[in-house]
Design a protein around this ligand. Structure first.
Ligand SMILES: NC(=O)c1ccc[n+]([C@@H]2O[C@H](COP(=O)([O-])OP(=O)(O)OC[C@H]3O[C@@H](n4cnc5c(N)ncnc54)[C@H](O)[C@@H]3O)[C@@H](O)[C@H]2O)c1
Length: 432
């Protein structure tokens, strides 16, 4: 009988992906593309149906490609978790959000580990991909999978491998972004390497699952802190009358020792605002307080308020109150060229504008409708007439599909929090 290692190397293994979201669906497609037979699992029947119809709901996954994989029988999706018994390896890609108290909500990881444990056969590899605090794989997932009668590293194999996918990035995607793996035992690392090196261009092994968990948190904390630094400098430059955008661009000409980060209306998405909180929560159980993380969270989290306060100042200079002003928020996804609005600063800005009595609307080519509290908003068309009818166009996200020349030409006032209109100058274009 073929061993697990032989099946992984020979691509005769069946690979499962649990959680078919932004991370799981592209990963399932890559496993299929590499030649494995893939079963995708999700509790959401609508997603499962769409995968089985070859209908992609993730912009980085092309529908025609997904359709071809499904038609060839290489990839299928199901809500029937008992089919986990058919897989030789399974990657867990479920959400890791925060609770209202800003503590980690690890319930999805726990639940999916229990689901996997109840159907898992021996000689199977399990890889946790969800971003989480160091220790989740060995303290939480390992005991659930081991139960009373399995030994990890002998009967089953468990590793952590952080997902680094950057949705909307035209250059780096799942296949060409190097992947880090760290197992509970050296044999577990070997198994995870065997799987991922068939699929991903470069795989980097670290000593333990904890190290692999920490790698991801270092990367995203690095981003959160650097964005906060430049946002704080923006607050200072605003007071000093210095154009921070020009400062960053000029500093970026230094060919070594500097990496540009740009200010903006705040941070969003499922990663940068959340992941550092997982780390600081865990650190507190060691009586360690991450001051950089707390500070970065505070500065970045307050940026939407600063945006609205500055808008009030700009309108005040024009003898106009924000109360009653017609403000169109341009771009509500958390970053350019994606559909994702989770934690998006654009939503916070919209809420604050409503609180201050502004007459709000939005346009986003990637977000046709938006739930804001109990209201459901629809994206307005970006026409000359509509732009002219607003007191201010507030740019919250710089999507490439937006006709910036049209905005610059017809807006009475633009408040640009992303430097999207850097090509245009004029008294009616005000940058953050
Ligand atoms: N979105 C990103 O850009 C990104 C990048 C890197 C890492 N991550 C991390 O990857 C993980 C997944 O994020 P995502 O953005 O793909 O989330 P997502 O919400 O897009 O997808 C998660 C999927 O898991 C499914 N699910 C939840 N519980 C389940 C269960 N018990 N069994 C089966 N399916 C279940 C949900 O229905 C959903 O389809 C998170 O830990 C996130 O931090 C995300």
């Amino acid at each position: 009988m073929e061993s697990l290692l032989q099946k992984l190397h020979g691509k005769t293994a069946t690979v499962g992906v649990l959680g078919l979201g932004y991370v799981g669906l592209p990963l399932a497609v890559e496993f299929g593309r590499a030649g494995y037979r893939v079963i995708g699992f999700d509790l959401d029947q609508a997603k499962v149906d769409r995968v089985n119809q070859g209908d992609s709901y993730i912009s980085d996954v092309e529908g025609s490609f997904l359709g071809a994989l499904v038609a060839s029988g290489r990839l299928r999706a199901t809500t029937d978790l008992s089919q986990i018994a058919q897989v030789d390896a399974i990657s867990i890609c479920v959400p890791t959000p925060l609770r209202k108290t800003k503590d980690p909500d690890i319930s999805y990881v726990k639940q999916s580990a229990e689901q996997v444990a109840s159907y898992l056969r021996n000689d199977t590899l399990v890889v946790l991909e969800s971003t989480t605090y160091p220790g989740t794989t060995d303290e939480l997932v390992a005991p659930i999978l081991a139960g009373s009668d399995r030994v990890i590293g002998r009967d089953i194999f468990l590793a952590f491998s952080p997902e680094r996918v950057d949705p909307g990035n035209p250059r780096y995607h799942t296949q060409n972004t190097p992947k880090v793996v760290g197992g509970i035992t050296p044999r577990c690392t070997e198994m995870a390497l065997a799987l991922y090196s068939q699929v991903i261009g470069q795989v980097v092994a670290v000593g333990t699952a904890r190290e692999a968990e920490m790698v991801k948190l270092l990367e995203n904390t690095f981003r959160a802190v650097n964005i906060a630094l430049v946002n704080e400098l923006l607050l200072m430059c605003d007071r000093m009358g210095i154009d921070i955008w020009k400062v960053v661009d000029a500093a970026a000409t230094k060919p070594f020792g500097f990496m540009p980060f740009y200010p903006g209306p705040g941070i969003g998405g499922h990663c940068i605002p959340i992941d550092p909180m997982y780390l600081s929560w865990k650190a507190k159980t060691y009586d360690f307080f991450n001051r950089f993380i707390e500070l970065a969270t505070d500065i970045n989290g307050n940026m939407p308020r600063f945006v609205v306060t500055k808008l009030m100042r700009i309108l005040n200079d024009r003898r106009q109150p924000l109360n009653g002003a017609r403000i169109l928020v341009l771009g509500v996804a958390y970053k350019p060229d994606v559909t994702d609005v989770r934690e998006s600063p654009g939503l916070e800005i919209l809420k604050l504008l409503v609180q201050h009595g502004a007459v709000t609307s939005y346009h986003d080519p990637h977000v046709p409708s938006l739930a804001l509290g109990s209201e459901n908003l629809l994206s307005e068309e970006l026409t000359e007439q509509n732009i002219r009818s607003k007191d201010c166009i507030l740019v919250a996200t710089n999507h490439t599909a937006i006709d910036w020349a049209l905005v610059a030409r017809h807006a009475r006032l633009v408040f640009d929090t992303r430097n999207a209109l850097s090509r245009f100058e004029g008294p009616d274009i005000v940058r953050l």
